[in-house]
Design a binder for this molecule. Sequence first.
Ligand code: F6R
Length: 240
Amino acid sequence: IATEIVADAAAVAERVSDIILARVRAQPRLTLGLATGRTMVPIYQRLVAAYRAGTVSFRGCTTFNLDEYCGLAAHDPASFHTYMRASFFDHVDLRADHAHVPDGMAADADGESLRYERLIAAAGGIDLQVLGIGINGHIGFNEPGSPLRSRTCRVTLAPETRAANSFSFGEGRAVPSHAITMGIATILDAREIVLVATGRDKKRAVEAALNGPVSEDCPASALRRHHHACLVCDEDVLVR
Ligand code: F6R
């Protein structure tokens, strides 16, 4: 994995948003794979700012988010649907029918997973997939132990993931136990991948992904099997 280390989270957001904007400008019909989470917040802020400045249009783009919690409706304040509307979809000219997020309320999670895989295929595959990384090395919601050949499916969230994400859920509200996520093989099918990591709590996971064995124990290590993947991180994660 090509690695770019920049000073801080703001510089990471600048670099990653610049990569995304360059790809969209070069290919207005780009299919983008998107992530949620705290790492992505300043990246979406920069994309929205570029749109407002009139330097980019997402009108021709199609997007696929990595994951959604099972049991959360699209309008639920803690859902990734809501996160995406609040941070990106509602502020740019992306067509609503081109912005895809797995349906966490689907009664048949296997059917929903298959539908999502087919939608990605019908869109011609993902050109650029943006990824965060969990403190346990997860990508999407593919937790340690997930098969590296996995496709989109319903998964059980690890306790450390539920703890890390509990801030989005009100006091006394449990983080869902399951999610629908693109699989590791689905992610690796993207033509280009940018992995983003900021802050000291990602150091161990990133080091395992880069230097440990390519193994189910660290799902992000699978990115080393991709020929066009890069990591953009800050100096809290890796030293220059
Ligand atoms: C989010 C996702 C997750 C996050 C990861 C890091 O859609 O798939 O893999 O990217 O958990 O989350 P943050 O950025 O909140 O540390």
